[in-house]
Design a protein around this ligand. Structure first.
Ligand code: ADP
Length: 486
């Protein structure tokens, strides 16, 4: 408590503690000694102003005030002033100085902690805003009444409003008219049970721009607990591009499915229907050969022989085409099988050819896996059959092994000591009817590897070769175990 001359009259123990002075040191001092030097010059003026109109009010409301401790350190303070009539003093002064009888009570509060908390709050708010600003989604924050309290730059860009046009408006402003009526109900339901989740599971959500345009959106909702109660944050993402890409992909997939099944149908029908007239050509050329051999001239015999040969070959090709178009999963479920058993079955089918060429086929332990046994047998049979057919000078040695690869599928290998293949043809040999040898050298139509490729790809695997001419070839193929596509 001080008088209007600014001298301290009374202090409490809290004032001693706050400023670090003993009571005796304070009483009689000017109040200016308790404030930093920079405030001292103007203070007597304020004091006189207060003396002219003494009433209870905060001191210098709105500006930052500081106290000065005895040790010279400063601290932020809030001060409220109130005039106190002092009858004792008045009696003592005996009316000599009427104003002197009024004292000023300054209630001084150290607001260091409160200021620090405010500052921290401001800093975290600034951080929050900057995160919000840099978010790739339009972030719209609304109160429990659905009124927008905050929106970021992306919201302005996406919806075409300036922030000022959004703040205070209902979020329904951003929802197309036909969804607007039901939105407040959804909003209330969400506010009653707020949790982080995407909005409108399964429903197509759309945003409405200021210009009336609509666009597909995806919205994540999450509650945001704040001093003003629970706010709702909506992260809105424009998915126009993704939708377009998805639709395009779906169209392409359907188109592919259609053309694929059409092609399959075509190959099957063509080869099937070609057989009938071919059978006629074959049987009549054979009849010609039987009946007229030696009865026409020697040229005629030769021509007839060519015709018979050609029709036989064509018959072979058509058979191949049919088996190629039939090859692949015909919708049968995959089973758990031992690939070692499957290999044994394939080898049984190759027994004649193996004996003929003194071929030896060895193998490592082979896995049990879930796949199509019949097709795996066909792959083994084609690959080992080729290894025997395209042998070099020595008796064929073939080794089969398998290992788990990085993606959880199995990689099988079939290695031979045969002729080998020029890297130039590593791709071509898997194409239908593509061969590296003439018929006269090695029988065949170039369908075996094409079938392997087709069935393996249908099972979710792939096939490739590594080889060097003269040093044998190793064919590799992968098979996923069951439905896990690699
Ligand atoms: P085909 O054996 O009827 O010609 P394939 O599709 O099985 O048909 O093989 C295509 C071509 O790949 C063969 O003509 C052959 O030149 C080559 N080839 C396949 N397997 C081997 C192998 N193990 N060693 C060398 N060449 C091979």
């Amino acid at each position: 408590m001080s008088d209007f001359a600014g001298r301290i009259v009374v202090v409490n123990s809290q004032a001693e503690k706050l400023f670090g002075y003993a009571r005796e040191e304070l009483v009689g001092q000017s109040v200016e000694s308790l404030m930093p030097a920079r405030f001292r010059t103007n203070h007597p003026g304020f004091r006189h102003g207060y003396a002219a109109q003494p009433h209870s009010r905060p001191m210098a409301a709105g500006s930052e005030l500081f106290g000065l401790r005895k040790d010279g350190t400063e601290f932020p303070v809030e001060i409220s002033l109130s005039p106190v009539e002092n009858s004792v003093l008045r009696a003592r002064l005996r009316g000599a100085d009427p104003q002197g009888a009024t004292l000023v009570l300054s209630a001084i509060r150290d607001v260091t902690a409160a200021r620090a908390a405010e500052k921290a709050l401001r800093a975290s708010e600034a951080r929050f805003r900057s995160i919000l600003e840099s978010a790739p989604d339009a972030m719209v924050i609304a109160d429990d009444q659905g009124r927008i309290v905050l929106a970021n730059a992306e919201t302005e860009r996406l919806f075409g409003y300036l922030r000022d046009e959004l703040i205070g408006r209902h979020v329904e402003l951003l929802v197309p008219g036909r969804f607007r009526d039901m939105h407040p109900r959804h909003r209330r339901e969400y506010t009653a049970k707020p949790r982080t989740r995407s909005m409108g599971e399964g429903r197509e959500l759309r945003g409405l721009r200021k210009d009336g345009g609509e666009f597909p959106v995806e919205i994540m909702l999450s509650p945001l607990v704040s001093a003003e109660g629970t706010l709702i944050t909506a992260a809105v993402r424009d998915i126009t591009e993704r939708k377009k890409a998805e639709e395009q992909l779906l169209r392409t997939v359907n188109e592919l499915k259609r053309s694929n099944s059409e092609l399959q149908q075509f190959a099957y029908v063509a080869s099937h229907d070609l057989q009938e007239p071919l059978r006629m050509v074959a049987s009549y050329t054979q009849l010609l050969a039987q009946r007229y051999k030696g009865r026409l001239d020697s040229d005629a015999d030769e021509f007839i022989a060519y015709a018979v040969d050609g029709s036989n070959r064509m018959h072979g090709l058509i058979e191949d085409l049919l088996s190629y178009s039939r090859a692949g999963t015909d919708g049968r479920a995959l089973c758990e099988i031992s690939s070692e058993d499957v290999l044994a079955e394939a080898l049984a089918n190759l027994k004649g050819r193996m004996d003929e060429s003194d071929a030896v086929v060895t193998h490592d332990a082979l896995p049990v896996l879930t796949t199509d046994a019949r097709q795996l047998a066909q792959v083994f049979q084609n690959l080992i059959g080729n290894a025997i057919k395209y042998r070099g000078g020595e008796a064929p040695r073939v080794h089969v092994s398998a290992a788990r690869n990085g993606s959880g599928a199995w990689t099988f290998s079939v290695a031979d000591n045969g002729l080998g293949i020029d890297p130039l043809y590593f791709e071509r040999i898997f194409v239908l009817f593509q061969r590296l040898h003439r018929r006269e050298e090695f029988a065949g139509t170039g369908i075996g590897l094409a079938i392997c490729k087709k069935v393996l790809e249908q099972l979710g695997g792939r096939i490739w070769v590594e080889s060097e001419p003269g040093s044998g070839s190793t064919f590799y193929f992968t098979l996923p175990d069951g439905d896990e596509k690699p």
